[in-house]
Design a protein around this ligand. Structure first.
Ligand code: CAA
Length: 257
């Protein structure tokens, strides 16, 4: 891996993926995105990983798609490269992904954070979709995910002006889950990851899928999907263990079965 670093077990059942193109502020070139896709697929298939943390460095989570790599492309080259197929595969990762964001999360970087399931931010984080400033628009889901996350008025303002949101603004708009000082945001992210990783991975994956369904479908279908997933947990040993442990007043031990 040239552009990312992967640690499969920073804590039991918690993996860390770090974007690692610091000089270019983690600009997302093709190669990095392909490495990221492959790493997430590998971690998704690894039973000893239950939660994935995706991060950058203090200065940048990612400053967007690699502008230098795109600048001279024709529309047809962009179509034929089908660069967003990689992004679709990231979206389909079954295990929860928590973005730990410090510094710039702009353009594709903001879209990548929003593709994750939760965003934990440091006080220095800056979010934005500044594509309009370089004559284009968001292409990796920004117009859709931003609008669903913070509503039309704010999203329209951000995307049409290209201006950046501070971490505190992003928190008040509901774009991020929490904001912590730079010194502690990663520790807090790991704490949340460990909490989720202690639960049944069967239940966690089904819950993630059901929440995501609420964005993709209407209420009737979403409720039916949730109900079936709920019933399905009763086919797992983890559900038996979880409920039995509650009745017996002890801590459950989940196996992912
Ligand atoms: N692509 C390629 N290189 C980038 C980059 C990007 N998105 N963002 C930063 N870099 C490079 C810079 O070119 C610079 O490289 P050199 O030293 O070789 O010149 C290096 O990273 C450091 O950047 P700056 O010197 O610009 O750092 P700064 O602190 O002065 O400014 C910044 C930081 C405000 C983030 C500024 O770099 C910037 O505006 N970056 C571009 C942000 C952007 O427009 N992102 C959207 C991209 S398009 C997109 O993402 C489409 C999509 O929907 C998928």
């Amino acid at each position: 891996m040239n552009f990312i670093k992967v640690e499969e077990q920073i804590e039991p059942f918690v993996a860390l993926v770090e974007l690692n193109r610091p000089k270019e502020l983690n600009a997302l070139n093709h190669e990095l995105m392909e490495e990221l896709r492959a790493a997430l697929a590998m971690l998704d298939a690894n039973a000893s990983v239950r939660v994935i943390i995706l991060t950058g460095n203090d200065k940048a989570f990612a400053a967007g798609a690699d502008i230098k790599q795109m600048a001279d492309k024709t529309a047809i080259e962009m179509v034929m490269e089908d660069r967003f197929r990689t992004w679709d595969q990231i979206r389909l990762t079954k295990k929860p992904i928590i973005a730990a964001v410090s510094g710039f999360a702009l353009g594709g970087g903001c879209e990548l954070a929003m593709t994750c399931d939760m965003i934990m931010a440091s006080e220095t984080a800056k979010f934005g979709q500044p594509e309009v400033r370089i004559g284009t628009i968001p292409g990796a889901g920004g117009t859709q995910r931003m609008t669903k996350a913070i509503g039309k008025a704010k999203s329209m303002e951000l995307i049409l002006s290209g201006r950046f949101l501070s971490a505190q603004e992003a928190l008040s708009y509901g774009l991020v889950n929490h904001v912590f000082p730079l010194e502690t945001y990663m520790m807090e992210t790991i704490k949340l990851a460990k909490e989720i990783a202690a639960y049944s991975p069967v239940a966690v994956q089904l819950a993630k899928e059901a929440v995501n369904r609420s964005f993709e479908t209407h209420l009737e279908e979403g409720l039916a999907f949730e109900r079936k997933s709920f019933y399905l947990t009763f086919a797992s040993e983890d559900q038996k263990e979880g409920m039995k442990a509650f009745v017996e007043k002890r801590t459950p031990s989940y196996k992912g079965k």
